[in-house]
Design a binder for this molecule. Structure first.
Ligand code: COA
Length: 377
């Protein structure tokens, strides 16, 4: 008989280390490191472009290196015309994550040396993708709201350009700091599901566009990056702080997950939450939407009281983006725009590791079934 040997099945790959990495460390005790730097030390002191440099080159840049990378990133925010035309042709009812997923795949048609898989070509592609993902997100928003595409400008930083191209209006200094910090805080996060998906695709020596497309499809799910949009739907459903207790109890009674709460690795507060909570409070103050922020605080308290779980990165990210004028369907695309730097860093690391990621499974199905020809079934 073909009875398979007993294997240890690790459901959900919980705690399984699938590879070594030097890019980021997610500490279950509630700290996050990018290439050895605690994000608490980075978030208010570096700009997003410095984080990009750090993830790609394993060290922080000097002023000259930073200026060079910023100029390159901004020039790469220009999109090939067929991409903008294709975005304009998509039905307006398509979710922006669907359009993003398709257009990143589409982008490979316009890579002049698509078959060059040298390290230099892959680094160039990595920088192009970091720049083009937010540019595509901005172009989708402009097309879906019947507004003209906005070109990037050298006058602004990278994150600021993203917001400018998305909204079509310049950001003030607080909005500028907020979007920069948002992107820094979302840049990388160990072997999360989308990064792992990107690495699996890269491990077959497939191209970087395919790997980022895999990542985008994976991020889209509500148990991962899609949670942020769902947080906003929950805030829309709850009108006042008085309704929070009953709403949350109802969700728990129905065995439903509260979006923006819980985490596979952190069993304490997500280290990004305190920064996003603070950014959200500041922005809500300015936009006169403190009622929304206070609703979040109340939800946080009630969920912790009832379930002893903490908000993750997506919870206050929702209010932050809302206060920046981003509509909820674009929350996950903003996450994707920031995480592309982490994805491509991991893809490059996976190419170097040069090992096929291919787990096994425990077969629990039947054996020895008698074949019956189709006419007799
Ligand atoms: N709402 C309600 N209960 C939750 C919860 C949530 N958001 N997150 C975890 N729990 C519960 C689990 O059901 C489990 O309860 P039990 O012990 O009574 O069965 C307990 O908390 C422990 O869960 P855990 O095993 O740590 O979660 P996980 O690793 O399987 O799942 C997530 C992690 C992120 C998928 C899960 O927390 C979740 O679905 N969160 C909501 C979606 C979200 O915000 N995703 C973004 C993640 S950054």
């Amino acid at each position: 008989m073909d009875k398979p040997p007993e294997k240890i099945v690790v459901r959900g790959l919980r705690d399984v280390a699938a590879a070594e990495t030097k890019i980021s460390y997610v500490n279950p005790n509630g700290t996050l490191y990018y290439v050895g730097y605690n994000i608490d030390d980075l978030v208010e002191q570096v700009c997003y472009e410095e984080v990009v440099y750090l993830l790609l080159y394993n060290r922080l840049p000097n002023k000259q290196e930073l200026d060079k990378l910023r100029a390159l990133l901004i020039s790469e925010m220009n999109l090939p015309e067929p991409i903008t035309d294709s975005i304009k042709a998509t039905p307006k009812n398509c979710h922006p994550m669907e359009v993003l997923r398709t257009e990143i795949s589409h982008l490979s048609y316009y890579d002049a040396d698509c078959n060059d898989h040298s390290e230099a070509a892959n680094k160039r592609r990595a920088i192009q993708l970091i720049a083009k993902v937010p540019a595509i997100v901005a172009a989708i928003h402009r097309a879906h709201t019947n507004q003209p595409t906005v070109a990037p400008t050298e006058e602004f930083g990278f994150a600021e350009n993203f917001l400018y191209m998305f909204r079509g209006k310049t950001a003030d200094s607080e909005e500028k700091a907020a979007i920069d910090r948002f992107m820094t805080l979302h840049a990388d996060h160990g072997f999360n599901a989308s990064t792992f998906a990107a690495r699996v695709t890269a491990s077959t020596n497939s191209d970087m566009y395919s790997a980022v497309t895999s990542a985008i499809g994976t991020l889209k799910g509500p148990l991962h990056g899609g949670a942020c949009e769902k947080v906003m739907h929950m805030l829309d459903d709850i009108n006042t702080e008085e309704e929070v207790e009953e709403y949350i109890q109802g969700m728990l009674d129905d065995q439903k997950k509260i979006m923006g709460f819980g985490h596979r690795v952190y069993k304490t507060e997500d280290p990004r939450t305190k920064h996003l909570r603070c950014i959200a409070e500041n922005l809500c103050h300015r936009t006169n939407t403190l009622n929304l922020y206070n609703l979040c605080l109340k939800i946080e308290n009630v969920v912790h009281e009832k379930k002893k779980i903490f908000p993750n990165v997506d919870f206050y990210a929702a209010v932050t983006l809302d206060a920046l004028g981003v509509t909820s369907a674009f929350f996950t695309p903003f996450f994707a725009s920031s995480r592309t730097s982490g994805w491509v860093a991991h893809i490059l690391e996976q190419y170097e590791d040069a090992v096929l990621l291919r787990p096994s499974s425990q077969y629990v199905g039947e054996f020895g079934r008698k074949f019956v020809p189709i006419e007799q079934r």
